[in-house]
Design a protein around this ligand. Sequence first.
Ligand code: XIL
Length: 297
Amino acid sequence: ASTLGAAAAQSGRYFGTAVAAGRLGDSTYSTIAGREFNMITAENEMKPDTTEPSRGNFNFSSGDQIYNWATQRGLKVRGHTLAWHSQQPSWWGGISGSTLRQAMIDHINGVMGHYKGKLAAWDVVNEAFNEDGSRRQSNLQGTGNDWIEVAFRTARNADPSVKLCYNDYNIENWSYGKTQGVYRMIQDFKSRGVPIDCVGLQTHFTGGSSLPGNFQTTLSSFAALGVDVALTEVDVTNSSTSQYAGLTQACINVPRCIGITVWGVRDSDSWRSNESPLLFDGGGNKKAAYNSVLNVL
Ligand code: XIL
């Protein structure tokens, strides 16, 4: 196959990218995004600060712009994200306790209702753990330790057709406290029937040429709990070809690793642009890492 999406599809997987609505008018950008990828994540446009700027007042204009651009080209869309400590609407900062809990529930119902039946997956909860595996202290955590399962139960009711994911970073190394903390939560949810379908490993890699310890073991261990896994926001310092090939191979080696998404198109589009971490350079040319990924898919 001659594109990342088509190559991934040979094994029933997808290869995606994050897209920013404000860049879609750039023809170099949109040509590459539409040609190479078959799964799209809105980089910022479906986050709570954008979708519910004031209470009960939803705004889907930029999220829909990305959704429509993608689906007109036959590309699928992952929803990102519904409940997170960051990029919250400012009015969440003025409430707490049961008021904030209800606001979260209403937010999930409002956004998932708008996209009901249309998306491949939702990152229902994003980044809720500390590095040591304990729960991150946040205003949402302050509403009670059960906020994550309430978010997932609400989400299942809001759209029973979409896959529900927990998404986080630094959960790639199996011998890491945060990985183990998330693993125990998924294990607990599965044992108690809390609805969850997938774990997203953001896969923001830094430095070096080797993968975090036992990366493939992490993927297969999560999968063994009965969830799909996906690499959801991949970028790698200086696009190390060995790390890009290795993370792709690890996904290919795990049957329930369903796809890989890179967090942007060209280096110049990246939130880490000073680290040149993506598969296309600023001019839109394929980098060595592009070929190292394509060769493994
Ligand atoms: C980042 C975006 O790429 C930036 O444009 C924005 O300023 C901040 O958020 N983890 C996530 C993503 O789940 O939503 C973040 O995206 C990167 C880290």
